[in-house]
Design a protein. Structure first.
Length: 150
C-alpha cells in the first residue's frame, strides 16, 4: 500500500502444521497453529518502522503463546549506499506452556547489498529468558545470512 509516508506492507499470516508435535505431557500429538499480524511502513525516504503481533495455540508443547515485536530500519542513503539497511528491533515472547516464562530479544543488523542478485546481512542479538524454575538466563547471539535472488 502506498501512502503519503511511503510504501507499506500489511499482512495477516495463518500458520497451521500437521499434528506431529507432542503435547506438554508427551502423550499425544498436536498441531502448532499461530496467527500473526505484520505491518511494515516506510516513514519517508530514509526511515521505516515495523511491528508484529502473534498468538498461538497451546495444545502442543511450545516456548511462546504470544509475541510482540517492533523496530526501525534506516536506509543507507546517508552514507551513499541507498540499497543497504541498518535495523534495530525488540521482541517479547510470552506465555508458553514449558519452562520459559518469557523471552526478550534486542537485535541490530546491517544488510549490505552486493548487487541486484546478492545481499549479505550480519546481526547481533541480546536475548534474556525468564525461566520459571531456575531464574533468568541471558546471552549474545551473532549471526549472518547470504541472500541470492534470481
Amino acid at each position: 500500500m502506498d501512502s503519503g509516508l511511503g510504501e507499506g506492507n500489511y499482512r495477516a499470516i495463518i500458520n497451521i502444521t500437521s499434528e506431529d508435535f507432542l503435547n506438554l505431557a508427551g502423550t499425544e500429538t498436536e498441531s502448532l497453529n499461530a496467527f500473526l499480524l505484520s505491518f511494515d511502513q516506510e516513514l519517508g525516504e530514509i526511515l521505516g518502522a515495523w511491528i508484529r503481533f502473534g498468538w498461538a495455540n497451546d495444545d502442543a508443547a511450545r516456548d511462546w503463546q504470544s509475541l510482540y515485536s517492533g523496530g526501525i530500519n534506516i536506509k543507507g542513503s546517508g552514507w551513499q549506499r541507498p540499497d543497504d539497511t541498518i535495523g534495530i528491533g525488540y521482541g517479547f515472547f510470552d506465555g508458553g506452556n514449558m519452562e520459559i516464562d518469557n523471552t526478550q530479544v534486542f537485535e541490530t543488523y546491517y544488510r549490505y547489498v552486493v548487487n541486484e542478485f546478492l545481499a549479505a546481512s550480519a546481526n547481533i542479538q541480546y536475548m534474556k529468558d525468564s525461566i520459571e524454575v531456575s531464574g533468568d538466563t541471558d546471552g549474545w547471539v551473532f549471526g549472518g545470512r547470504l541472500t541470492a535472488e534470481i
